[in-house]
Design a binder for this molecule. Sequence first.
Ligand SMILES: Cc1ncc(COP(=O)(O)O)c(C=O)c1O
Length: 404
Amino acid sequence: MNVSRLRNDFPTIRNNEGVYLDSACQSLRPDRVIGAITDYYENYPSCGGRSVYGMSAKVSLMIDDTREKAAEFFSTDDPECYIFTKNCTEGINTVARGFGLRNGDIIVTTDTEHNSNHVPWTVLSEEIGIRRVYSRSHNNGEFDIENFKMAVKKGVKLVSVHHSSNVTGCIVPIKEAAEIAHDVGAKIMIDGSQAAPHMKLDLKKTDADFYTMSVHKMLGPSGMGILYGKRECLESIKPLTAGGGAVGLATYEHTDLAPIPDKFEAGLQNYSGIAGTKAALEYLSSVGMEEIRDHDRRLMRYIFKRVSGIEGLSTVGPEDPDRRCGVFSFNIDGLSPHDIAMILDKMDSVMIRSGMHCAHPFFASKGIEGSARASVYLYNNEDDIDRFANALGKTAEMFGRSVL
Ligand SMILES: Cc1ncc(COP(=O)(O)O)c(C=O)c1O
């Protein structure tokens, strides 16, 4: 993996002096993705799956190709099991709403979920009385498999857990989690928003019933996500949205829903986004997901090394950089995370995130108000980390902390 060369594929890096360390929120996009979006608007900006003229057929073919690419990318063999959504949140809501949960049904999550895998269940608790059970994590936020086993008991209908946390970066062993869920007859959904951009996934081996993703964190366009499901699981749930394109036949009295994937994709779709998704998956394949994972791990180790001398710095999550997936959340004693992020941006155009990262229950349970967060991806290099660490060191010194 040649990072110096691939940095040149990203216009934001070519045109901007800043250091982008917020890829856990949204990634930058390479020329190839931007080109695919522009190509759609310039050369075939029509609808897919409806009209018979050549320009529209080209859109339909592009959609089919994107699903095929997704199936290959995630090591499965059924392209129809990939549903295009507007983000990961929509994928989670599709399953939460479509699963047919009833009053008293038990669902299990962890206590470290993003709000997108927390709030849909809270709303369903209030609306229909589903019961929430939390698998409690270790003190440092790491997944506790023994606690998970205790939470996932007979009678649980659905387990919904993140693959990797956007706060601690910790990775959940999802194959084991799927086995535990299946042993008690429950289905399992994995929120792969943070993991899918960083690691090679074999969704067949993983055996998750549903897996949701944020394509916009994987070099793809804003407004794109993917919901993967096993065929029988997708066939058994109801779509979130009903309307044109998602039906077989509609009469005045009755509607037959279309088969998957169409039943989930009512109305005209984000065609430029689907074209950009294909380009993003092709780009990631050409670099290699194993190489990306190794690179991210190296950078994470380097961050830990570079910031270790800053007085008062504490990390949120495990101290071992190898147990993190591209995310470094931290605080400096006595400084507000928002102040740190603002100063880094003003001082040296270093862009990091600050706040509660949509994981409010986690922070509240730890009694901390939030954290600053630097997150890395394939286009970051050691120079980026040096600039981040130097700016952070200067900020700490400005507030009277020592830096070794
Ligand atoms: C772990 C996790 N789950 C879900 C989401 C929501 O993703 P999206 O914005 O694609 O809906 C995020 C976004 O940051 C996330 O980090």
